[in-house]
Design a protein around this ligand. Structure first.
Ligand code: HEM
Length: 205
């Protein structure tokens, strides 16, 4: 198992670089690298890929605690904040692509979407939650909020539910892909619920 020093010096920079790869792929595709082309509709490709990576990284963030407890190892915890911040960063890029390239800053259309299109309202609610989590992810906020910090950061679960819903809702026919992500999230939620039930049955220490 890696030591804390190895995690800090080797594994964290490696995971950081890996998390940047989807962005590098998008940038290379957008600037014309043939093998990484974004296809006939680059704006849609950017929208879909940033959304998918945000969701994947969010699920990985939520998998850290089960991994830590099931393995009995402390090291997975070291990656949680970084993965969560990358999830937020891809979600922010997803939103920026929507505003700048998809809607070309047409505020009339944007406001209509944000008030009338249910799947956009659900996505925006998830983004708001993720923004609050990213903003309060620092050690300073953790100290200031004390026990309330843990409670606040449980909002990562409703945020992930909203994202799966947003994904499901915008799919036109085949729901296989959103279903796979929803099942992964359901597994993570079921693990948490089981742990909560087991703990609540234990006699107080
Ligand atoms: C205001 C916030 C948001 C807006 C305006 C927005 C907008 C969109 C749009 C326009 C699409 C593409 C729909 C289509 O192809 O027809 C989409 C898809 C998607 N979005 Fe969002 N979204 C938002 C928030 C989020 C967040 C916070 C996440 C994840 C953390 C997310 C994840 C996804 C995913 C996974 C897809 C499906 C990608 C695919 O089809 O492969 N979205 N979103």
């Amino acid at each position: 198992m890696p030591t804390l020093r190895q995690v800090r010096r080797v594994w964290k920079p490696a995971v950081f670089a890996l998390a940047l790869l989807p962005l590098a792929g998008l940038m290379a595709g957008a600037t014309g690298v043939r093998s990484l082309t974004l296809g006939a509709n680059p704006v849609e490709a950017i929208q879909d890929r940033t959304g998918l990576w945000a969701l994947r990284l969010l699920l990985l963030t939520l998998a850290v605690t089960p991994l830590r407890e099931l393995s009995g190892q402390a090291w997975p915890q070291q990656f949680r904040r970084m993965l969560g911040l990358f999830a937020f960063a891809y979600a922010a890029l997803h939103f920026a692509n929507y505003l700048l390239l998809d809607r070309a800053l047409d505020w009339h259309e944007i406001i209509t979407d944000l008030t009338k299109r249910p799947y956009i309202i659900v996505g925006a609610s998830a983004l708001l939650l993720l923004s609050a989590l990213a903003a309060t992810s620092t050690a300073g906020w953790r100290r200031r909020l004390g026990r309330r910090w843990q409670l606040l950061h449980r909002a990562a679960y409703p945020a992930a539910i909203l994202v799966c819903w947003h994904f499901w809702w915008q799919v036109k026919k085949d729901v296989t892909e959103p279903l796979v992500y929803a099942l992964l999230l359901a597994t993570l939620l079921a693990w948490r619920l089981r742990r909560h039930l087991v703990r609540s049955r234990l006699p107080p220490a």
